[in-house]
Ligand binder design. Structure first.
Ligand code: FEO
Length: 405
């Protein structure tokens, strides 16, 4: 196994997980757990990998230096996908200083037996000189992604190691954004942001402002997942600012499930109305969430990107369909409607009894921050032509409102 030199004396020594398809409720085409070796007069290893990937980290380090020569371990984040190799490394390197935040020490001690670990707690502004023109500076970044998170900055090389921030879940042989391609890199970064970062958006903006005020140059961003940003640093930073502000397109995303195709017919009629107004529409049927394009984590990037979200469900035992409940539960956690730019929406569906399910849907949409614009539309059993025309008109209406935002 080989390391990849990203600049003189700085190496990617991460692990590639080709097989992972689900990670805390997120579907993904594999991922990488990036770790970085910084070689000065002394040697530091930034981050590690999920438990079970010890070999990849240690062997990639060995392709550069004897792993027992590592002088410092830097733990930017406690979550197991970045700390899981620390037990093996601290066994290999007895007494090695483990640099992390105070919350990091607490979190690592809850995850592992750290009795014999030699912690060094750091806070924003602390530095660690490695010699040969390599100085690491630390910046606490609480809740990006967990309370313990911090960024590490390699000052002379102007490389930011922000752990999860700016990451992408993708397993590939490319290590850099320009090798994977701008569009593909940003697409995976957007999916990562939509599924993990939306609720943290105010903190992202605050941290970017803080970094801006420090006046430090950033030539590369080396996150803990996916490719390293070196050619499109400005693009991904600008995208993070836009996504964090909820900047979205004149676009409506319709998400629904169906039992006997009534809600399906309503969804199609709403989509027709939106298209008549020449507004982009994406239509997602949830089904079992397993088929491609039907899983909640593949839908939320379009929700992030849309000015309106329309949700439909048949009634099942006086409740919304379980797949719709799953989607809305996820949306309530992410709260995309609470980003600075608001999102409009309404609910629709069919029933075979007394109805009322759309009220449950609307309550969840409101909890996700979505501005529900009307009382929704629920039909008895199957929509007739008049009811389908009403659906189309509701589509036209939301499209017109989207254009006027
Ligand atoms: Fe990639 Fe918060 O862990």
């Amino acid at each position: 196994m080989k390391a990849v030199e990203i600049t003189e004396g700085v190496y990617w020594v991460g692990a590639i997980d080709w097989n992972i398809r689900d990670y805390h409720g997120y579907t993904l085409p594999g991922t990488t757990y990036n770790a970085y070796l910084i070689v000065g007069d002394r040697i530091a290893l930034i981050d590690s990998a999920y438990p079970g990937f010890d070999n990849q980290i240690i062997e990639r380090v060995r392709s550069v230096v004897d792993p027992t020569k590592i002088d410092y371990l830097i733990a930017n984040h406690v979550e197991k996908d970045h700390s899981g190799t620390l037990p093996a490394l601290t066994n290999l390197l007895p007494g090695v200083p483990v640099y992390c935040t105070a919350n990091g020490k607490q979190g690592l001690s809850k995850h592992y037996d750290t009795t014999n670990w030699n912690f060094t707690q750091v806070k924003s502004g602390d530095t660690l000189g490695l010699g040969k023109g390599k100085t690491l500076a630390f910046l606490e970044a609480p809740l990006l992604h967990w309370p313990d998170s911090m960024f590490t900055y390699l000052a002379e090389e102007e490389i930011l190691f922000p752990n999860d921030a700016f990451g992408q879940h993708i397993a590939c042989s490319q290590r850099f954004d320009d090798e994977l391609g701008r569009e593909e890199s940003l697409k995976h970064a957007q999916k990562f942001f939509a599924n993990l970062i939306i609720p943290l958006a105010p903190r992202v903006l605050k941290k970017l402002d803080e970094v801006g005020k420090l006046g430090i140059a950033i030539r590369m961003i080396a996150p803990s997942h996916g490719v390293i940003w070196r050619s499109y640093v400005g693009d991904v930073v600008n995208s993070y600012v836009n996504w964090s502000n909820g900047i979205s397109k004149e676009k409506v995303t319709i998400v629904y499930d169906t039992m006997h195709s009534s809600t399906n017919a309503m969804a199609n009629a709403i989509a027709e109305g939106i298209m008549e107004e020449e507004v982009e529409v994406k239509v997602y049927i949830l089904k079992d969430g397993k088929a491609d394009g039907t899983h909640r984590s593949n839908i939320v990037p379009d929700v992030l990107d849309s000015k309106a979200v329309v949700v439909g469900s048949p009634t099942l035992q006086n409740q919304m369909y379980p797949t719709v409940a799953d989607f809305l539960c996820y949306l309530k956690g992410l709260e995309p409607g609470k980003l600075a730019q608001k999102k409009l929406g309404f609910a629709f569906g069919s029933h075979g009894g007394k109805g009322g399910t759309i009220k449950l849907i609307m309550a969840d949409m409101k909890a996700a921050g979505i501005d529900v614009i009307n009382e929704g539309f629920e039909v008895y059993y199957k929509p007739d032509d008049k009811e389908l025309e009403r659906c189309t008109e509701m589509g036209r209406d939301i499209a017109r409102r989207v254009k006027s935002l």
